[in-house]
Design a protein. Structure first.
Length: 474
C-alpha cells in the first residue's frame, strides 16, 4: 500500500454505499463521510510532499498532460493484465519513454481505457455486483495511474492489492454469468482449480526473487533494462559488498540513461574513490552537485578526497557547504572535527564533536575523537571519561582502549596503560600501534618485554617500531 491510496479508500466508501442501496446525497451519508475525506486530504498532501522531497515530481513534470493520459491508459491495461495473468512481474516499472518520444503503438492503450469505461457502463446497466467490483477497482487504482504524480514508477505491483479486491469481485460474478450463458458448469470446477494452481505456481516462483536485495534488483534490471533506479540500487549494493568494479558498471549505465541522475553520480564517485580513481571520483562528485545542489553527501565525498590529498582548506569548505544544507549532518560534523584536529585546532575540533553529541549523544566516533583532542590539550581526566564512555557503549572499539592507554601513559599509570593496550590486542591481534605503545611504555621498566613488543610491531609493518628495535634491541 501507499499513503496516496488512503485518499481513494475514502472514495471507495461511496461504492460500498451504492452496493447497499444507500442514498448517496442524503445528509446522513454525507456527514459520516466527512472525517474520512478529511483524513484522505491529509494523506494526499503527505503523499505529494513525500514525492516532492525526491525527484519524482520534478521528473514527472517533464511530461505533457496528453502523455500522462497515455501513461494512465498504459498502467490501467498493465494492472488488469497482470491481475489476470501475473507474468513478467517486476518490483519497478519505469516510465516507458521520454517526453515527446511516444511510440505509435502506445496510442492503442487509449482503446483499452475506452473499453474499460464502456464495461463500467454496461455493468451499471445490467449487474450491480459487477459494477461495484469494477468501480471499487477503478476508484482505488485511479490515483495510481499517474494523472496526478504520486510515485516515481509508472506502475507498482504492491499498489494493486486493494484494487484487486474489487477486480476479483467483478471477475467472480462475470465468470458466473459466462459459465451459465455458455453452459460451462461441468468444466467450471476444473477451470477454477486449474487457474488457482497456476497462480500458486507463479506465486512460488515469484517469491524466489525476494530472497535478498541483490536478487531483487537484478531481476528488475533483467526485465526493465532502462530502470535507472534498479541500476543505481544494485550498484549501491555492490558498493556495500566492496565489488566496486561491478558497481561502476551499473552506475555508468544509469547515468547514460539519465544524464542528470545525481545520486548515481555520487555513488559512482564513491566507488571510484575506493578503486583509487581519485580524479574520476572528484569529477563524479562534482557532476552530482551540478545536477542537485542539495546533495550534501557529494560535498562530504569531496571533503574526504581533499582531506586525503592534504587539501585541508578545500576539504573544510566542502564540509561547511554540506552542513549548510543539513546542519545536523553528524558524519560531516565528525569529519570537520577530525580535520580541525589535524590542523591543530583542538578547541574548535571539540566544538564540532560537541555538536555531533548534541544530535547523537551515543556517537562513539565523536566521543573517541573528542577524547583524542582533549588528550592533546592535556585535559587527561576529561579524555579518560570520553574513552571510558565509548567502551561502556561499545566494548569492541579498539581505538578507545589504545587512546585511553595513551592518556594513562601520559599520567605514568603504566599498568593501566599496558592493560588497555592488551585489551586492544584481544580485539585486534594484528594492531601494530598497540604493540608499539606497549614497547614504548615498558622501555625503561622491562627492556626484554619492550623489545619483544617493538619486534612484533615491526613485523606487522610499523616503521617507527623498526627504527627503535634496530637501534635499541639488537
Amino acid at each position: 500500500m501507499s499513503k496516496g491510496q488512503a485518499v481513494s479508500l475514502a472514495v471507495s466508501l461511496l461504492a460500498v454505499d451504492f452496493w447497499f442501496n444507500r442514498k448517496l446525497l442524503s445528509v446522513k451519508v454525507i456527514a459520516e463521510k466527512i472525517p474520512y475525506f478529511a483524513l484522505a486530504l491529509v494523506f494526499g498532501i503527505v503523499a505529494i510532499k513525500a514525492q516532492a522531497s525526491g525527484d519524482a515530481l520534478r521528473d514527472f513534470a517533464a511530461y505533457s498532460f496528453h502523455e500522462r493520459i497515455i501513461f494512465a491508459s498504459y498502467s490501467l491495461f498493465g494492472y488488469i493484465w497482470k491481475l489476470v495473468l501475473p507474468l513478467n512481474l517486476s518490483a519497478l516499472y519505469p516510465y516507458p519513454f521520454r517526453s515527446n518520444l511516444i511510440p505509435g503503438y502506445f496510442w492503442a492503450y487509449l482503446l483499452a481505457t475506452a473499453a474499460f469505461i464502456y464495461g463500467l457502463y454496461i455493468a451499471f446497466k445490467n449487474d450491480k455486483r459487477i459494477f461495484f467490483g469494477l468501480a471499487f477497482f477503478a476508484i482505488n487504482i485511479g490515483l495510481l495511474l499517474q494523472l496526478i504524480p504520486v510515485g516515481s514508477a509508472v506502475m507498482s505491483d504492491r499498489y494493486a492489492l486493494i484494487p484487486s479486491f474489487g477486480f476479483a469481485i467483478a471477475l467472480v460474478f462475470l465468470g458466473e454469468k459466462l459459465i451459465k450463458k455458455f453452459k460451462l458448469e461441468p468444466f467450471a470446477l476444473y477451470l477454477v482449480v486449474g487457474y488457482a494452481v497456476l497462480l500458486g505456481i507463479l506465486t512460488a516462483i515469484r517469491t524466489e526473487v525476494w530472497q535478498n536485495s541483490l536478487v531483487l534488483w537484478t531481476d528488475v534490471i533483467e526485465k526493465q533494462p532502462k530502470a535507472v533506479i534498479g541500476l543505481n540500487n544494485r550498484g549501491a549494493l555492490y558498493n556495500q559488498m566492496e565489488k566496486y568494479e561491478l558497481a561502476v558498471v551499473d552506475f555508468t549505465k544509469a547515468v547514460r540513461l539519465k544524464p542528470d541522475y545525481s545520486e548515481a553520480f555520487y555513488n559512482m564517485g564513491s566507488a571510484k574513490k575506493e578503486l583509487g580513481l581519485i580524479d574520476d571520483a572528484i569529477r563524479d562528485y562534482k557532476m552530482a552537485i551540478k545536477y542537485d545542489e542539495k546533495i550534501y553527501q557529494a560535498h562530504l565525498g569531496l571533503a574526504v578526497v581533499y582531506d586525503e590529498q592534504l587539501k585541508f582548506d578545500q576539504a573544510l569548505a566542502e564540509l561547511e557547504i554540506a552542513l549548510k544544507i543539513l546542519p545536523d549532518y553528524t558524519e560531516a560534523l565528525t569529519n570537520k572535527g577530525v580535520l580541525l584536529g589535524k590542523t591543530g585546532k583542538y578547541e574548535n575540533a571539540i566544538e564540532s564533536f560537541n555538536k555531533v553529541l548534541h544530535f547523537d549523544p551515543n556517537n562513539t566516533s565523536a566521543l573517541v575523537n573528542r577524547g583524542f583532542a582533549k588528550y592533546f590539550l592535556k585535559q587527561y581526566n576529561e579524555a579518560i571519561a570520553d574513552f571510558t564512555q565509548v567502551i561502556a557503549l561499545d566494548p569492541t572499539v579498539t581505538n578507545a582502549f589504545i587512546n585511553r592507554g595513551l592518556v594513562y601513559s601520559a599520567l605514568n599509570r603504566t599498568e593501566e596503560a599496558v592493560s588497555d593496550y592488551k585489551a586492544a590486542l584481544v580485539l585486534d591481534p594484528a594492531n601494530s600501534d598497540a604493540y608499539y605503545n606497549i614497547g614504548f611504555v615498558l622501555r625503561s621498566i622491562d627492556k626484554n618485554e619492550s623489545c619483544l613488543a617493538f619486534k612484533r610491531s615491526m613485523e606487522l609493518g610499523n616503521k617507527t617500531a623498526e627504527v627503535y628495535y634496530k637501534n635499541n634491541c639488537l
